[in-house]
Design a protein around this ligand. Structure first.
Ligand code: GTP
Ligand code: MG
Length: 362
């Protein structure tokens, strides 16, 4: 600072002492302090605007209203273990995932699009085990609607409450699917009663929470449930701009022996093209092969579309944000920087912990 002010170090230190700052010669002082000193010494101070790589690379500008078009809703199915999330999704897309899953427990978030009444709905499946809470929290952040599955013979359980909290925190609309109504001990009224304790008052009782009695096994009530999803989506008036670089979330990712890192992405805005350079969390790559949820190779994917891609250098984490970008070299630099920042953050955490330990011993 002294050399920039063409002053001596002693002069600067004296000024600082005048301000009550006891500084040594090589001490770092903050911008505000430095600018007071500099102005008192007759300099004109301006804050230099530093454009980060992130800002140069990633277009975070708002969309113009006239570029926005309707997009389909992204729905996540949440609920307590074994309340029938996977069975319900199976029913909805007439497939059978439950039978092939290890132990019948969903291991990861799957994503697929179904059509109801000629309208597309994108579903995300989430795991039901407590260990996957963090992932489920991410699941809630990318969705428009949460279908809360509650088994009519079991009622509200700890993970039902967790799901309600996630949905509320993310400001996501909840539709309750009261499942397993085919069971002899099913008691949908009891479920609705319990819901009121969480400020979810059923429409049937004059509130504004949509409750749909369903059976994933017999298929009863499923059409009504999908109708309700479309209705809620219509009211929400969901929009996106297909004419910009794609942005979205990594839904799941894994390392495939033959194909390398494989990631399921949910495009949330813009359009993703095969060949695009993307940065996803701490990794970069070109979209090499892109397939839709039916396994067909596609060359582009617009808003609310889930796709599986290959071409990333490393496996990203579920929940990472991805961006299509124009400058590959800069994208690599940004990844390096993010990795560096992460290490620094870890080091800070480590330091904090050791200090805490130190104090707790005194
Ligand atoms: P996790 O992924 O482990 O959290 O479970 P889930 O919520 O996906 O439940 P899943 O679909 O695996 O269903 C759990 C069990 O309940 C299975 O044995 C299903 O066959 C059964 N089940 C699901 N829905 C219904 C239903 O509507 N009626 C009856 N009778 N059984 C159901
Ligand atoms: Mg499941």
């Amino acid at each position: 600072l002294a050399s920039r002010l063409k002053a001596t170090v002693t002069d600067v230190i004296k000024k600082l002492m005048g301000l009550g700052v006891m500084a040594a010669q090589n001490q770092v002082i903050d911008f505000d302090t430095a600018s007071i000193v500099a102005e008192e010494m007759g300099a004109k101070v301006e804050k230099e605007v530093v454009v980060t790589i992130e800002e140069r690379l990633i277009d975070d500008s708002e969309d113009n209203a006239d570029e926005l078009v309707s997009r389909s809703p992204v729905v996540v199915v949440m609920g307590h273990v074994d309340h029938g999330k996977t069975s319900l999704l199976d029913r909805i897309r007439h497939a059978s995932v439950t039978a092939t899953e290890a132990g019948g427990i969903t291991q990861h978030i799957g994503a697929y699009t179904v059509e109801a009444d000629g309208k597309q709905i994108t579903f995300l499946d989430t795991p039901g085990h407590e260990a996957f809470t963090a992932m489920r929290a991410r699941g809630a952040a990318v969705t428009d609607i949460v279908i809360l599955v509650v088994a009519a013979d079991d009622g509200i359980m700890p993970q039902t409450v967790e799901a309600i909290n996630h949905a509320k925190a993310a400001n996501v609309q909840i539709i309750v699917a009261i499942n397993k109504i085919d069971k002899p001990h099913a008691n949908p009224d009891k479920v609705m009663q319990e819901l009121t304790e969480y400020n979810l008052v059923p429409e049937q009782w004059g509130g504004d929470t949509i409750c749909c009695p369903v059976s994933a096994v017999t298929g009863e009530g499923i059409d009504n449930l999908l109708e309700m999803v479309n209705l809620v989506a219509e009211v929400a008036d969901l929009k996106a701009n297909p004419n910009r670089l794609a942005k979205g979330t990594v839904v799941e990712a894994r390392l495939d022996k033959g194909r390398g890192p494989v990631a399921t992405l949910l495009v949330q805005n813009g359009t993703l093209h095969s060949g695009d350079v993307i940065i996803a969390g701490m990794t970069v790559g070109h979209v090499r092969v892109m397939t839709n949820d039916k396994g067909a190779v596609v060359n582009e994917a617009g808003p609310s579309t889930p796709v599986e891609i290959t071409g990333l250098a490393e496996v990203p984490a579920a929940g990472d944000i991805f961006n299509a970008v124009e400058d590959e070299r800069l994208a690599r630099e940004l990844v390096e920087q993010r990795k560096f920042d992460q290490k620094e953050e870890q080091f800070k955490q480590y330091q904090k912990v050791t200090l805490d330990n130190l104090f707790s011993q005194i």
